[in-house]
Design a binder for this molecule. Structure first.
Ligand code: FES
Ligand SMILES: [Fe+2]
Length: 335
């Protein structure tokens, strides 16, 4: 398998309107457009005539029309040239789905399954996109290691002075890696701590599972009293999909859900959805800002002085290579 065989989210669905949009997936330019019926379609963003970006063109009915000489292509890649009507001019097209507020693509006819998103009992909070200035492996490393929460984050993470108390457990199957962490929470800002009912010294639980078709992690965040007898009022569930753009850039699409134990419809979460959305956005931006300081973009881990929090790095790399890339196919794109 190559990266493009897996279903990847490539655009927020609300960003695809009447004009085509160009995106890059693992180095491949893709033009997305919406046909007259509203269905999303995806073709190579390189016009087979003279390589203009099809995304610079416009949509006419059910086809995208190249801005240069007016050749048109439908969602299956079948093309027509107004100047040479008898010529066959096909281009690559992709399978497309719209789910969870995102547009997803994969190679036409691939057998990769669509990733499951399980959030029964949770309220959707937000769907966000961020651009990480790092190759896929380093973006995944950042979200699969909790030691940086002591310094980089404000809400989700552990007290730096008590980081040595955090318990870390790693389990792996051939297709997944599960990490379970528990330890003394960071001190939340007063309003947020009050709202969630998180007290100083409470235990923050952070458990995630990473799967590799496509590469994504699902995180559960919750707090309890140190003895486990009292749980805070809100639990969070966060899906993060890691989408390689090119050798130095990864886009991440996040789906955030929350569950509240407060009385009333959705536990009152609709009232604070804006606040939760802002918090998730702020926390991910903190990761992005930190990763701008990477000294280099080497994805190898040989020679690094790894900590007990970093055991997961080798496990995720193995699975990215085997499950996601099917060997070495795209190594060159991300190395
Ligand atoms: S380059 Fe697209 S029609 Fe000529
Ligand atoms: Fe982080």
């Amino acid at each position: 398998m190559t990266a493009l065989d897996h279903w990847h989210p490539v655009l927020l669905a609300r960003a695809l309107r009447r004009r085509p949009v160009g995106v890059t997936l693992a180095g491949h330019p893709v033009a997305l457009f919406r046909t007259a019926s509203g269905a999303a379609a995806a073709v190579s963003d390189v016009c087979p005539h003279r390589r203009l970006k099809l995304s610079a063109g416009e949509v006419v009915g059910d086809v995208i029309r190249c801005k240069y000489h007016g050749w048109t292509f439908d969602g299956c890649g079948r093309g027509e040239s107004p100047g040479t009507p008898k010529m066959t001019a096909c281009t690559t097209s992709y399978d497309v789905r719209e789910e969870h507020g995102l547009v997803w693509v994969r190679n036409r006819g691939s057998s990769a399954a669509f990733p499951a998103v399980e959030a029964d009992g949770f309220l959707p909070i937000c769907t966000l996109e961020h651009t990480i200035p790092a190759p896929l492996e380093l973006a995944v490393d950042n979200f699969n290691e909790i030691e940086h929460s002591g310094t980089v984050h404000d809400t989700f993470g552990y007290d730096l002075d008590r980081m040595h108390e955090v318990r870390v457990k790693v389990d792996a199957t051939p297709d997944s890696v599960v990490v379970t962490n528990a330890g003394p929470t960071k001190r939340l800002n007063r309003a947020f701590g009050w709202l969630l009912n998180v007290r100083r010294g409470d235990t923050f639980h952070d458990t995630w599972t990473t799967r590799f078709s496509p590469v994504h992690s699902v995180f559960d965040h919750w707090w309890t009293s140190p003895d486990g007898s009292r749980e805070a009022m809100v639990r969070w569930r966060l899906y993060i999909f890691f989408v390689p753009q090119d050798a130095r850039t990864t886009r991440i699409f996040s789906l955030t859900f929350a569950k509240s134990r407060y009385p009333g419809p959705a536990g009152g979460l609709r009232l604070v959805r804006w606040l939760f959305r802002r918090e998730i956005d702020r926390e991910i931006r903190a990761d992005v800002a930190m990763l701008h300081h990477l000294a280099d973009h080497d994805t190898g881990i040989e020679g690094l002085k790894l900590s007990r929090f970093d055991k997961v790095l080798g496990l995720t790399r193995e699975r990215i290579d085997r499950v996601y890339r099917g060997g070495t196919t795209l190594r060159v794109l991300t190395g």
